[in-house]
Design a protein around this ligand. Structure first.
Ligand SMILES: NC(=O)c1ccc[n+]([C@@H]2O[C@H](COP(=O)([O-])OP(=O)(O)OC[C@H]3O[C@@H](n4cnc5c(N)ncnc54)[C@H](O)[C@@H]3O)[C@@H](O)[C@H]2O)c1
Length: 267
C-alpha cells in the first residue's frame, strides 16, 4: 500500500463534510435516530430512516427535511428479519446508488432482577439489539465489500455494555457488551476493505427506552450519581460523535468504543 500524503488545506476543510454520502439509520423514528438524521443531513448526507412503522418514519423524515441539507427518506425495516434488512439495503441502493454509512440505532431495553428475568423478554432484547445490529452491519458491509466501496459503520452501544449496574440490566447490558465486541470484530475483519467500524456508547438519556428509570426516582438518582458531569445526556449530545465517525475525519479510526457519557466510564 502506498504511503499516505499530507492532507491539502481543502481536504482539511472537508474533514466533516458528508456531501454526496448516503447513510442508513436503523431505529430512525426514535429519539436518537432523529437527532443523528438531523446532524447527518445538515452536513450534506442523504439519509434513509428505517424502522418498523412507515408512518412514524415519514413524519420524522418530514421534520428532518425541514432543516435543509441532504434529503431524508423513509423505508420500513424490522432489523430482526434478514429479508427485511436485505430489502433496506436494496431500496437504498435503488434510490441513491450506494450505501456509504450504516448507523445501527434500533434497539430496546427491558429490566428485571437477574434471577427473575423471563427468558422470552431476555431473548427479545438479544434479538433486536444483537441479531438486529449484526444483520444491519453484515448487509451494509457485504454491499460495500462486493462493490469495492469503503464505508463507515457505526454501532450504538451503551455505557451498560462496559460495566454492570444494580438496576436489572442482565439483558440490555449483555446485549450492548455483545455490540461492543461485534464492533471490534468487524473492524478487525473489514480493515482490509477500508470499512471503518466504530461504536458510540452513550450514557442514559430520557426516551421511551428509559421511561422505566425516569419513573423510579431512586433508580434515577443512582444513574445520575454515576455521571461525573452531573446530568443525563440528550440525544443531540451524540450528533458530534456520529458526524466524526461518519466523516473523513475518522478515516484512520476503527475498532473504537467512543463514550458520550459525561465521564461515566472514566470515573
Ligand atoms: N436512551 C438511552 O439512555 C440510551 C443510552 C445508551 C444507548 N442507547 C441506545 O440508543 C439507541 C436508540 O435508543 P433511544 O433511547 O433513542 O430509544 P427509542 O425507543 O426512541 O429508539 C429506538 C428505536 O428502535 C426501534 N426499533 C425497536 N425494535 C426494532 C426493530 N426490530 N427493527 C427496527 N427498529 C426497531 C424503535 O421503534 C425505536 O424507533 C438504542 O440502541 C439504545 O440501546 C440509549
Amino acid at each position: 500500500m502506498a504511503d499516505p500524503v499530507p492532507f491539502s488545506p481543502e481536504q482539511v476543510k472537508k474533514l466533516f463534510d458528508l456531501t454526496g454520502k448516503t447513510a442508513i439509520i436503523t431505529g430512525g423514528a426514535g429519539f436518537l435516530g432523529h437527532s443523528l438524521a438531523k446532524g447527518l443531513t445538515l452536513y450534506g448526507a442523504d439519509v434513509v430512516l428505517s424502522g418498523r412503522t412507515l408512518a412514524n418514519l415519514e413524519s420524522t423524515a418530514a421534520e428532518v427535511n425541514a432543516f435543509g441539507g441532504g434529503k431524508a427518506v423513509a423505508v420500513a425495516c424490522d432489523v430482526v428479519d434478514e429479508a427485511s434488512v436485505d430489502n433496506l439495503v436494496a431500496k437504498t441502493v435503488e434510490m441513491f446508488g450506494k450505501v456509504d454509512i450504516m448507523i445501527t440505532v434500533g434497539g430496546i431495553a427491558d429490566r428485571y432482577p437477574a434471577e427473575q428475568f423471563p427468558i422470552d423478554a431476555w431473548q427479545k432484547v438479544m434479538d433486536i439489539n444483537v441479531r438486529g445490529t449484526w444483520l444491519s452491519c453484515q448487509k451494509a458491509g457485504k454491499w460495500m465489500i462486493e462493490n469495492e466501496k469503503p464505508g463507515k459503520i457505526i454501532t450504538i452501544g451503551s455505557v451498560r455494555g462496559s460495566a454492570g449496574h444494580p438496576g436489572g440490566y442482565g439483558a440490555y447490558g449483555t446485549s450492548k457488551g455483545a455490540v461492543h465486541l461485534m464492533t471490534l470484530q468487524l473492524a478487525t475483519e473489514w480493515a482490509k476493505y477500508k470499512i471503518n467500524v466504530n461504536c458510540i456508547a452513550p450514557c442514559i438519556f430520557w426516551t421511551p427506552l428509559t421511561k422505566q428509570v425516569l419513573e423510579d426516582e431512586k433508580l434515577k438518582q443512582i444513574f445520575l450519581s454515576r455521571i461525573p458531569w452531573g446530568r443525563a445526556a440528550i440525544p443531540d449530545d451524540v450528533i458530534g460523535a456520529a458526524l466524526y465517525l461518519a466523516a473523513p475525519a475518522s478515516d484512520f479510526v476503527t475498532g473504537t468504543i467512543l463514550p458520550v457519557d459525561g465521564g461515566t466510564v472514566g470515573g
